[in-house]
Design a protein around this ligand. Structure first.
Ligand SMILES: Nc1nc2c(ncn2[C@@H]2O[C@H](COP(=O)(O)OP(=O)(O)OP(=O)(O)O)[C@@H](O)[C@H]2O)c(=O)[nH]1
Ligand SMILES: [Mg+2]
Length: 553
C-alpha cells in the first residue's frame, strides 16, 4: 500500500515504489542492504523521505512517501497491540541530510508502540549511510521510555532482529507482571487530574476517583497530577505533557485513561486522536457504575437516558470516537440494551425512553399519593455515597437492602416501615448516594427517583464521620439538596460509623454539629436517634419512660 504525497513523481518512480512490497526481509534482519540501497537511491532521486512499515515476518505492509523533512505514518490501529503492548511493526525510513532521529520520530515510536524506528541516511550518490535506530524500553524506575542507538552503516547493523524483539518483549512483560497479573483481563487505568486548584485538593478528588475506579472493577496502575496555570482548551493540559502521560501509560501497560475533570467532547476527541487507549472522564466512570448497578426498570431507563445524553454530543459523523467510547468501561449499556451507534436511532431511542420514564413516574406519583393520604410521616435518608445509608435503613427496619463497601451500592429508592410504640409508624426511604462534582446530567437523570424526596417530612442526612473529609461530604450533599430545591426541608444530621472513631471525639463532633451519633452496625446505639424522631413527629406527647426498647429494636 502506497501512502503519501505522490505529486510530481514520474510514472516509473511510482511503479518502482509500488513494487517495493514484493520484497521481503528475512525475520532475523532489520533491513537488507539491498532494500536499504533501493530506498536511499530512490529517495535521493525524488528528494523526499521514503519509508516502509514492516511486520515481524519481514513483510512490507506500507510504503510511505514524505517530503524532505518528514514522513507521515498512516493509521495502524487495525494491527492492535500485543501483550507487551508492542505493535509488531517497525518503521524504516530515509533521512536526506543525515540528520539524527527527530523528536517526531521518537514520539511516533512511543505513541504507536512500534518495534523499532529506523532512519537510514542518504549518503553520496544515494548510497545508504549511517543508521540510527531506536526502540522502546520496558517500564523502569527512571521512567525512561526510549533507547537510541546507531550503526555506521546497514552492513554494520549486526542485530538479530527476531531474537532482539523476543527478549525485549519478555522483559516488558516481566516488568508489567510486577505491577499486575498479566492474565487479568480487567481494564488497567491511569488516573489523571489537571487543574488550577491546590495540589491537596486535586489529590483528594483523585483519591475519590480511585474509589470510583475500584467500584467499576478497574485496576489502577498509576496517577498523574498536573497543576496548571490555565486549563488547556484542547488537551486539558499542555500538548507535550499529555503526550508524555500517554507514552508512560502505554509503557506501564494501561488500556484506559480516566480524567478526574470532565472533558469536553472536543477534548475527548483530541486526546483520543493520540492514542487508541480509551479516554473517559469522571462522569463517564460514574455512568458506568450506575449502569452496572441499576437493577429496577426505573433505574435502568434513567441510566440509559443519562448515557445517551452524554454520548450524543461526543459522536463523530462516522462513529469512530463512538466505538472507542463504547467497548467495556464507559460503554456498558444497562441490562440487555445495547447502545446504538447511529445518531438518529439514538435520538429515537431517547424519546422512547423519556416517554417510558414519564409513565414510570406517573405510577410512582400515584403510589406516593396513597402514602401521603395514609398520613404516615415520611423520612428520607440522604447522604454521601458509602456513608452507610442502606445499612442504617436495614438496621432501623430490620430489612435487607443491598449494602456494600463500594460507591453507589444503591441506585433505586427503597421504602420501608419503621414502627414506634403505640401503633405509630413512619416510612423511611433510602436514596442514591451523592458525590462531589455529581454531574448535572446525572442529577437530572435521577430527578425522577429523587422526586420522592419532595414528599419527605424529614431528611436524615447520614454522614460517615470516619471519612477524613466528612465536612466536605456534608457540604457537597447540602449543595446538591439546594440544587434539587430541597434546601428548605427539615433535616437531621446523623453521624454514622462512630465505632470507627474514638468515643470522646465522636461525642465532641456530634455536639459541634448538633448531630446524633450512631453506628448502623450496632442497634444498641440507636436510642437517641429514635427518641429524637419521636420528639420531632409527635412532640405533644411525652415519652417519659423513653421508647420501649424491646418493641423498638
Ligand atoms: N464500621 C462501620 N461500617 C459501617 C457502618 N455503617 C455502614 N458501614 C459500612 O459502610 C459500607 C457502606 O454502607 P452502605 O449502607 O452500602 O452505604 P450507602 O450510604 O448506602 O452507600 P451507597 O448506596 O453506595 O451510596 C458498608 O461496607 C457497610 O458495612 C458503621 O456504623 N460502622
Ligand atoms: Mg446504599
Amino acid at each position: 500500500m502506497l501512502d503519501g504525497n505522490l505529486t510530481g513523481l514520474k510514472p516509473s518512480q511510482i511503479k518502482a515504489l509500488e513494487r517495493i512490497d514484493r520484497r521481503r526481509i528475512p525475520p532475523d534482519q532489520v533491513v537488507t542492504g539491498d532494500l536499504a540501497r533501493f530506498l536511499t537511491e530512490l529517495s535521493r532521486d525524488i528528494r523526499r523521505q521514503l519509508g516502509i512499515i514492516v511486520d515481524r515476518q519481514g513483510l512490507i505492509l506500507h510504503v510511505l512517501v514524505g517530503d524532505d523533512r518528514e514522513i507521515l505514518i498512516p493509521d495502524l490501529s487495525r494491527f492492535g497491540l500485543g501483550r507487551s503492548r508492542l505493535r509488531g511493526l517497525r518503521c524504516i525510513h530515509t533521512h536526506l541530510k543525515g540528520e539524527a532521529l527527530s523528536h517526531d520520530d521518537l514520539t511516533d515510536l512511543a505513541l504507536l508502540r512500534l518495534d523499532l524506528m529506523v532512519a537510514i541516511a542518504v549518503g553520496e550518490e544515494g548510497l545508504p549511510g549511517r543508521v540510527d535506530y531506536a526502540h522502546l524500553l520496558p517500564d523502569n524506575p527512571e521512567g525512561k521510555t526510549v533507547e537510541v542507538l546507531s550503526a555506521s552503516s546497514v552492513y554494520d547493523l549486526h542485530l538479530d532482529f527476531s531474537q532482539f524483539i523476543d527478549s525485549l518483549e519478555s522483559e516488558m512483560e516481566r516488568r508489567m507482571g510486577e505491577t499486575f497479573d498479566l492474565s487479568d483481563t480487567r481494564e488497567k487505568a491511569i488516573l489523571i487530574s489537571a487543574g488550577c486548584e491546590a495540589r491537596v485538593e486535586l489529590e483528594d478528588s483523585l483519591n475519590e476517583l480511585a474509589e470510583l475506579a475500584r467500584t467499576a472493577d478497574v485496576v489502577v496502575l498509576d496517577r498523574v497530577v498536573q497543576r496548571t496555570q490555565k486549563v488547556n482548551p484542547r488537551f486539558l493540559m499542555g500538548e507535550g505533557k499529555i503526550r508524555e502521560v500517554i507514552i508512560r501509560a502505554l509503557q506501564q501497560g494501561a488500556t484506559l485513561l480516566i480524567f478526574d475533570q470532565d472533558l469536553s467532547p472536543g477534548q475527548v476527541r483530541s486526546i483520543s486522536e493520540m492514542t487508541e487507549m480509551k479516554v473517559i472522564d469522571r462522569t463517564q466512570l460514574i455512568l458506568d457504575i450506575f449502569a452496572r448497578r441499576a437493577h429496577t426498570l426505573d433505574g435502568k431507563v434513567q441510566v440509559e437516558v443519562a448515557q445517551l445524553k452524554y454520548l450524543m454530543p461526543r459522536l463523530l459523523g462516522k462513529g469512530t470516537v463512538m466505538s472507542r467510547l463504547m467497548g467495556g468501561i464507559g460503554g456498558r449499556g444497562p441490562g440487555e440494551t445495547k447502545l446504538e451507534i447511529d445518531r438518529r436511532r439514538i435520538r429515537e431511542r431517547l424519546s422512547r425512553l423519556e416517554k417510558q420514564l414519564e409513565s414510570l413516574s406517573r405510577g410512582r406519583r400515584q403510589r406516593r399519593q396513597r402514602r401521603i393520604r395514609a398520613d404516615v410521616p415520611i423520612i428520607s435518608i440522604v447522604g454521601y455515597t458509602n456513608a452507610g445509608k442502606s445499612t442504617l435503613l436495614n438496621a432501623l427496619t430490620q430489612s435487607t437492602v443491598f449494602t456494600e463497601d463500594l460507591l453507589f451500592a444503591t441506585l433505586d429508592t427503597s421504602t420501608r416501615r419503621l414502627r414506634f410504640p403505640q401503633e405509630r409508624e413512619v416510612i423511611i426511604t433510602d436514596t442514591v448516594g451523592f458525590i462531589r462534582k455529581l454531574p448535572k446530567s446525572l442529577l437530572g437523570a435521577f430527578k425522577a427517583t429523587l422526586e420522592e424526596l419532595e414528599d419527605a417530612d424529614l431528611l436524615l442526612h447520614v454522614v460517615d464521620i470516619s471519612a477524613p473529609r466528612f465536612e466536605e461530604h456534608i457540604a457537597a450533599v447540602e449543595r446538591i439538596l439546594q440544587d434539587l430545591d430541597l434546601g428548605d426541608l427539615p433535616r437531621l444530621l446523623v453521624f454514622n460509623k462512630i465505632d470507627r472513631v474514638p468515643a470522646g471525639e465522636a461525642a465532641a463532633l456530634c455536639r459541634r454539629f448538633e448531630a446524633i451519633g450512631v453506628s448502623a452496625l450496632d442497634r444498641s446505639t440507636f436510642e437517641s436517634l429514635l427518641e429524637e424522631l419521636q420528639r420531632r413527629f409527635w412532640p405533644q406527647e411525652s415519652f417519659d419512660d423513653g421508647p420501649e426498647k424491646d418493641s423498638l429494636l
